[in-house]
Design a binder for this molecule. Structure first.
Ligand code: ATR
Length: 282
């Protein structure tokens, strides 16, 4: 009998996850299928109950439901609770457990490109859900983190929450503090864009203020994956820095979810090929 998984969100039709997961299921000969599951905000609790009733293997959860699903679950993993968001639900015999695979996916993506985050100095742009996962991942690797956000109050909240789970609290800077930001970036090994700035269709936008110089020794990781070559990545390459796009994190958060559902190693290269194939068509 087919085991179903899918993506719960609103909207979901632009997702690349079905291609990625269905290619992996086919490759391993698993009778599993990944579906798009558009769920309106008012229906989230019913949808979670439906996962149990319909005996789904689990689901991914995306915007705007990553927090709203939490009260309806039977358990939440520490990491997901610390990040404050669930992006993957696993159904184990009717018990629904919430996970967050973004942090692990980010670390795997970094390692895939040969970047060792352990103990590094990192600047993270953004204070939304993606930034929280990245900050959590970096702190777990004993990185020294500075969170930079347009709305500095949101960055303070992320830093304080992180401080409750780790021994050190990240530093915080407003995006407008250009001089301090330039100093933090000059001292950093890693710059992560975890904002939505530069995402299609606003491809000319740059999350980093003009006038800030990137050194050739920094790694710039842009979580934006559409377009693949963002304005920030172009700027990093022009500076001779290492530039990495967001496709790797998309891939690896999916690979971690795949492994949680199926308890099999994810065929990562098959999944990558499926993602890139879709990417070249869009
Ligand atoms: P997600 O959960 O996907 O990370 P989010 O919670 O909407 O999404 O967060 C988006 C991030 O992009 C925020 O850090 C946001 O900054 P604010 O907290 O100041 O809103 C940032 N962002 C979005 N548009 C921006 C812009 N034009 N300039 C600077 N930052 C921007």
């Amino acid at each position: 009998m087919t085991t179903y998984v899918g993506l719960v969100g609103w909207p979901v039709e632009h997702s690349r996850s079905p291609q990625m997961h269905n290619a992996a299921f086919a490759h391993l000969g698993l009778d599993w299928k990944y579906l798009l599951l558009p769920v309106a905000p008012a229906d989230v609790q019913d949808a979670v109950t439906g996962i149990r009733a319909l005996r789904f293997g689990g689901v991914n959860v995306t915007v705007p439901h990553k927090q709203a699903v939490m009260p309806a679950l039977d358990g939440i993993r520490d990491e997901a609770r610390a990040i404050g968001a669930v992006n993957t639900i696993v159904n184990r015999d009717g018990r629904l457990i919430g996970h967050n695979t973004d942090a692990a996916g980010f670390l795997r993506a970094l390692r895939d490109v040969g970047v060792a985050p352990s103990g590094c100095r990192a600047v993270v742009l953004g204070a939304g859900g993606a930034a929280r996962a990245v900050v959590h991942a970096l702190l777990a690797e004993d990185a020294q983190v500075t969170i930079v956000n347009r709305t500095v109050e949101r960055a303070v909240v992320v830093a304080q929450r992180s401080g409750e789970h780790f021994d050190v609290e990240p530093a915080v800077l407003p995006l407008a503090a250009t001089e301090e930001l330039a100093g933090a970036i000059a001292a950093a090994d890693l710059l992560v864009n975890a904002t939505s700035v530069g995402m299609s269709p606003h491809v000319d936008a740059d999350p980093l203020p003009a006038g800030i110089t990137l050194s050739p020794t920094i790694t710039v990781y842009d979580l934006v994956y559409s377009p693949r070559n963002t304005r920030l990545l172009q700027r990093a390459r022009a500076a001779g820095a290492t530039a990495v796009g967001g496709l790797g994190m998309l891939l690896n958060q999916g690979a971690v979810a795949f492994e949680l559902w199926t308890e099999r190693d994810a065929p990562v290269e098959v999944m990558r090929a499926a993602l890139v194939d879709r990417n070249s068509k869009s």
